[in-house]
Design a protein. Sequence first.
Length: 269
Amino acid sequence: MSGRIGRCFADAGKRGRTVLAPFITAGDPDPAWTVEIMHALVGAGADLIELGVPFSDPMADGPVIQAASERAIARHVDLAAVLGMVQDFRRTDERTPVVLMGYMNPVERFGLKRFPAAAAAAGVDGLLLVDCPPEERGDLGDAMTAAGIDGICLVAPTTTPARLRDITTAARGFVYYVSFKGTTGDGQLDTAALAGPLARIRELTGLPVAVGFGIKNADMAVAVAAHADAVVMGSALVADLAGTDSLATATAAAAAFVAPVRESLDNMR
């Protein structure tokens, strides 16, 4: 694990705390607001931030996050701009882990060998590329290892036992379990069905397990936290931010989303 990700989960484990990891799309609703929204999320109780890299043709994102990416791209937010946002965030927050979630195309355009070093210099801790299986990282994977960037791996309900073994062997930082078959924000989350798959993951790795996709409110987060080390929440937050028209309303919306989830998770202890 990278330093910040490892410390985040170690500290949470000592405190009996579920890691809360909100997802936002970098640059939406306004590129100038992203860093302050990140700070607002942390101030309201987020432990780790998953920052979406805008991409024009996502395969795992539902309509809410797709629309957010389109708005950010229209405002000229590219991967270099996202790294600049992380660097700005690091000026006053050296503690909170930041994981970039996105797709291979922007990374290839940036440069497979040079991107991880640039990301690490900006303050990125982990990278989750939806369309890049761990065995296909190649030069990118070598550069990630050299830069100390954790390669976060996805596990799905359809992942076979043999494939699960391969993924957990390659994973670093934490394992991200996709809670249902579908795209972000879709479907009905069956929290009772999480116990079996997460137990099988834990048989193969000592890494923490995060669960995401379809977790829309505090009650759902609590139900997931009964099984997971971390809860990732994205589409519902992105939708709330999309309705804001100023920096003040955006940061208020971010805090208002996270605070009741954090309180509910802490009340589980």
